[in-house]
Each structure stands twice: as structure tokens, then as C-alpha cells.
Design a protein around this ligand. Structure first.
Ligand code: NAG
Ligand code: NAG
Ligand code: NAG
Length: 187
């Protein structure tokens, strides 16, 4: 009886000690995770690649497709819901690009393509259109809001939003298309 008691007591102490250590490790891990996610969250980098304009036959449809690359520098993945990117010309929406819900991996890149139809009439009837074109560039802005969840090591999840604005320049007469995006994340 006494023998079992002797071996039992240090065991209890070990368990208490071990659970304290485990608790401290968890606290340290949570602090580290919060530090790398919440307090040091960096803005994702969005790049538009391969922007192509296609004229579809007699219907006068002008389709634009592009590849969107989202680079996530953070230690948390970002899963966003279905959204739409709106292409503006001189303040008016002239095309919509559907964006399907996806997961941007932690410290990784997500690429997807999207296609939208330009509202040609709206573009051509803008009083600035021909002036802008012959002055050398048509300037567009595309805006999208990504609403989603940031997830860290599959346990910690919190709401996050990313606001992206891309300036797109169509140069005339070279037909070169340039773009530049800025993205801001809000927790
Ligand atoms: C997101 O879009 C896809 C394709 O358009 C659709 O199948 C899916 O149901 C949508 N999801 C939600 C939550 O609306
Ligand atoms: C996304 O595109 C970039 C640039 O073109 C490329 O470096 C990267 O490998 C692509 N990533 C995926 C997951 O396709
Ligand atoms: C389009 O953007 C370029 C570069 O920022 C600028 O030089 C040009 O004046 C802009 N054109 C119009 C019509 O706003």
C-alpha cells in the first residue's frame, strides 16, 4: 500500500507540472500566432495578368478576360466568398467580373481567371471616350471587395475583408494594357 502511495505522489506532481508547461506553451503559441496574424497582418498583393480583349462576332460584344494572381504574405490562409469586380470608366461601371469563392493559401499564391463583357454602348457614348483614346490612353479602375475568413493553423478563425483597387491603362495605338493594384486588408 505504502509502496504504491510513494510512486503515486511524484506522478501527480509530474502531471501538474506537465500541464502547467503545456498551458504555458499554448499561451506562448497563441501569443505568437496572434502576433504573426492579427498584429502583423500584411496586405495581399494582387496582380492582373494576361488581360485580353476579345470581340465576339456581329453582336458587338467585347469580352475581357484576365488572370488574377493573389499573393498572400500572411501566416493565415484567407477564404473569401463569391464576389464581383466592377470595372469603372470615368466613374461609371462598364463591366462586371464574377469571382468565385476560393482559398488563398497561407504564404502562397492563388491564380484564377475571370471574364466580363464590356457594356460597349455605355463606353462609346461617354463624351470623353474618343478624346481619351486619341490622347493616348483609356484609363479604367477595377474595384473588388473580398469578404472572408482568415484561418490560422485550422483552429483560429476570424473575419477579414480585403479591398482591392486596380488601375488599368489601355494605351493607344499600341494596344498595350498595363495595370497596377493596391490592396488593403481590414480585420
Ligand atoms: C458561388 O458561386 C458558385 C458559382 O457561381 C455557385 O455555385 C455557389 O453556389 C456560390 N456560393 C454561394 C455561397 O453563393
Ligand atoms: C500564379 O501565377 C504566378 C505568376 O504567373 C506564378 O508564378 C505562380 O506559380 C502561379 N501559381 C499557381 C498556384 O498557379
Ligand atoms: C491616364 O493615366 C495616365 C497615367 O496615370 C495619365 O498620364 C493620363 O493623363 C490619364 N488620362 C486620363 C484621360 O485621365
Amino acid at each position: 500500500m505504502a509502496k504504491t502511495n510513494k510512486t503515486f505522489r511524484p506522478g501527480c506532481l509530474q502531471i501538474c507540472c506537465a500541464s502547467t508547461v503545456i498551458f504555458l506553451i499554448i499561451v506562448a503559441a497563441v501569443v505568437a500566432v496572434l502576433w504573426f496574424t492579427v498584429f502583423k497582418t500584411k496586405n495581399p498583393d494582387i496582380v492582373l495578368e494576361n488581360i485580353r480583349i476579345k470581340f465576339l462576332g456581329e453582336q458587338g460584344i467585347m469580352a475581357v478576360d484576365m488572370v488574377v494572381a493573389i499573393k498572400n504574405p500572411n501566416y493565415g490562409s484567407f477564404k473569401y466568398d463569391n464576389t464581383t469586380s466592377f470595372l469603372h470608366y470615368r466613374g461609371n461601371v462598364i463591366a462586371e467580373f464574377p469571382i468565385q469563392q476560393k482559398l488563398v493559401p497561407a504564404r502562397g499564391t492563388l491564380n484564377f481567371s475571370t471574364t466580363g463583357n464590356i457594356m460597349v454602348e455605355k463606353l462609346l457614348t461617354d463624351p470623353n471616350f474618343w478624346n481619351d483614346l486619341f490622347s493616348g490612353s483609356l484609363n479604367f479602375t477595377s474595384k473588388a471587395t473580398f469578404d472572408g475568413k482568415i484561418c490560422v493553423v485550422k483552429i483560429i478563425k476570424f473575419h477579414g475583408m480585403a479591398f482591392s483597387t486596380c488601375d488599368i491603362f489601355y494605351l493607344h495605338p499600341s494596344r498595350i494594357i498595363k495595370s497596377m493594384c493596391t490592396t488593403k486588408i481590414k480585420l
